[in-house]
Design a binder for this molecule. Structure first.
Ligand code: NDP
Length: 245
């Protein structure tokens, strides 16, 4: 995979960019003139997202973010073919929602590895090239349940709470290198992840009375990426859900 290096155009890596929130982020960043590297396990789906982006040198990569070697090889490939990373958005994530007593240890590991370890590995891999890029920024996608907790989502909530602590600590760690790290915490967003929910029931607890759209999250991600004096923060995008939890 090659993408033409253009000095004036920022390179954004969107993990979990093939569907849902990550796909909306990829589209918005491409609309804003970024070159986008779309990363997901399913290469065809990542490729389909790339094909839907506005014109530019975008590329698709197949990578399981919870696998250290795959992450390293992917970011080496991105660096070789596209240059230094300006923006990293960690939107790859899974849920295995169930009461703790009904959750198998292997499901706990899968959720923690995809949602928390995966973001640690991609941040670590991206930082090497971000050190040499001006205005570099990372947005990790957490969740309101990581802030408030939710019955039936203890492991998922823990993965997202961990991501909040990781984000704040990493923000301190890399601030002296002018790299910013923030967390965006969505509520109910209309994607594959929420397609099994009863929307009418779920929105009773949402003051704005509806699910959010992936594009509405993408706008907030863009705000965090482009705000040069914001770091170590949590931005909640949930239609007010957190107020009722
Ligand atoms: P989707 O299920 O629609 O998309 C998930 C994306 O992550 C896909 O592109 C998927 O591609 C990718 N992905 C999952 N696991 C991995 C992995 N191990 N390695 C690489 N890519 C992976 O989810 P959403 O868009 O809804 O969610 C995006 C993020 O937002 C997640 O972190 C989620 O936890 C969080 N979130 C979502 C909310 C919602 O209401 N939708 C609410 C709060 C937080 P592939 O399967 O091909 O790998």
């Amino acid at each position: 995979m090659r993408c033409e290096r253009r000095a004036m155009s920022r390179l954004a890596v969107v993990c979990g960019g093939s569907r849902g929130i990550g796909r909306a982020v990829s589209r918005l960043l491409a609309d804003r003139g970024c070159r986008v590297a779309v990363v997901s396990r399913n290469k065809d789906a990542a490729q389909a997202t790339v094909a839907s982006l506005s014109a530019g040198d975008h590329v698709a990569f197949s990578c399981d973010v919870s696998e250290e070697q795959q992450v390293q090889e992917t970011f080496d490939g991105i660096h070789r073919s596209c240059g230094g990373v300006s923006y990293l958005v960690n939107a790859a994530g899974i849920n295995r929602d169930a009461l703790l007593l009904r959750t198998k240890p292997e499901e706990m590991v899968a959720v923690l590895h995809s949602n928390l370890l995966g973001s640690m590995l991609t941040c670590r891999a991206a930082l090497r090239s971000m050190l040499h890029v001006q205005g570099a920024a990372i947005v990790n996608i957490g969740s309101v349940v990581g802030l408030k907790g939710n019955a039936g989502q203890s492991v998922y909530s823990a993965s997202k709470a961990g991501l909040e602590g990781f984000t704040r600590a990493l923000a301190k760690e890399v601030a002296s290198r002018h790299i910013r790290v923030n967390l965006l915490a969505p509520g109910f967003i209309r994607t594959d992840m929420t397609s099994g929910l009863n929307e009418q029931d779920a929105v009773r607890s949402v003051p704005l009375g509806r699910f959010g759209e992936p594009e509405e999250v993408a706008r907030a991600v863009l705000f965090l990426l482009e705000s040069p004096y914001v770091t170590g923060q949590v931005l909640v995008v949930d239609g007010g859900l957190q107020l009722t939890m």
